[in-house]
Ligand binder design. Structure first.
Ligand SMILES: Cc1ncc(COP(=O)(O)O)c(C=O)c1O
Length: 363
């Protein structure tokens, strides 16, 4: 087993495509004849700047980012964006509306509330976040500086299957950390999209921000310069040293993504991959998925046997069978299979075969 790769169902950091890891491995001591690793290069060097430019151009092309948007590669993880989005956008009216569909949305709301009046546009806390609110449940004021939501709720296994409609001139801020690059997105409907890299894009350490350029330049007066989008745009993500290695890795993942048919190619397979699991769970006597069918995530499939001890046994035995990280988030328990872009369909089928066997032995 020591040299074999396993099916890693981790919610993040997550599996990366094998060919990306092999390519990075082959270049780790000497990138493209430069005589050094990307990890050792000046971020101002010609060779790194060409990696940076190519990665940015590939991202813009593959994610269909319109010209009036800037793509930034920042540090601080998605969590820093909870504060950064508020500090930059809330100045317009001092108010903002949040859809609370899980833990990360709540954290963003709490962080935003430090900088202005943040209101709850909708909350699914009453049903333990097992569904996504419908459009007609969203209370979004025309006086909101922005409307905020989390596209895919990694812990609860729910995903918005629509882009919310908002009052005119209210930009949408969206955390796409756990489903970015899994489907085409009409970026023009958004003010800011951000995503930590460690699920669908690259190792942890870079956060991709897509921002409509005219929204920058309105930060609160005490905003640290590193949290001011205008400064980040002006410096082209290089106001200070950017996460160079992670940007390079993102570049490799984007080349891989392109070979898979881009975000359109990913969309064509991701739903079928998830549905295999949901269909199996719904038809089984042992496993249950509490998430409403129309709100189920294609990225994080949550399920349980309904018995905490049996769930623990499932996690232990699945690990022995060559799979990892199938236990649910510590706040909800049960199991969770995170099946991001890099998880091949064979991994999902392998998991289902294991689930069948486990059901026969323990059902
Ligand atoms: C949807 C979502 N938002 C935000 C975060 C936090 O990301 P980070 O650890 O990069 O701050 C996560 C992490 O799992 C997430 O799944």
């Amino acid at each position: 087993m020591a040299n074999e790769r396993i099916y890693n169902f981790s919610a993040g950091p997550s599996m990366l495509p094998l060919e990306v890891l092999e390519k990075a491995g082959s270049e780790i001591t000497n990138f493209g004849g430069s005589g050094m690793s990307v990890m050792e290069m000046s971020h101002r060097s010609k060779v790194f700047l060409s990696i940076f430019e190519e990665t940015k151009a590939d991202f813009k092309r593959l994610f269909h980012v319109p010209d009036e948007y800037e793509v930034l590669f920042l540090g601080g993880g998605a969590t820093l964006q909870f504060a950064m989005t508020a500090m930059n956008l809330i100045t317009r009216t001092g108010k903002a509306d949040y859809a609370i569909t899980g833990n990360f949305a709540k954290k963003a709301y709490e962080e935003g509330s430090k900088y202005g009046e943040c209101r709850i546009a909708a909350s699914t806390a009453d049903c333990n976040h097992t569904r996504i609110p419908k459009q007609d449940e969203l209370k979004i004021g025309s006086d909101a500086s922005y409307f905020y939501y989390t596209a895919n709720n990694t812990i609860y296994g729910t995903e918005w299957n629509y882009t919310p409609v908002v009052p005119e001139n209210v930009p949408i801020v969206c955390d796409m950390s756990s489903d970015i690059l899994s489907r085409p997105v009409d970026v023009s409907k958004y003010g800011i999209i951000f995503a930590g890299a460690q699920k669908n894009m690259a190792p942890a350490g870079v956060t991709v921000v897509i921002i409509r350029k005219d929204l920058a330049g309105n930060a609160l007066p005490y905003t640290p310069i590193m949290l001011d989008y205008a400064a980040m745009i002006k410096g082209d993500s290089m106001h200070n040293t950017p996460p160079c290695w992670n940007i390079y890795m993102l570049g490799l993942v984007l080349k891989w993504l392109e070979k898979q048919g881009g975000v359109e190619g990913m969309q064509a397979v991701k739903h079928g991959k998830a549905q295999l699991l949901y269909d199996f769970i719904d038809n089984s006597k042992l496993y249950k998925c509490a998430v409403q069918p129309d709100s189920r995530s294609d990225m994080n499939v949550v399920f349980t046997t309904g018995d905490a001890e049996l769930d623990k046994k499932f996690a232990a035995e699945s690990s022995k069978a060559g799979m990892s990280n199938l236990n649910g988030h510590r706040s909800v328990g049960g199991m969770r299979a995170s099946i991001y872009n890099a998880m091949p369909i064979e991994g999902v089928k392998y998991l289902i075969e294991f689930m069948k066997k486990f059901e026969t032995e323990n059902g």
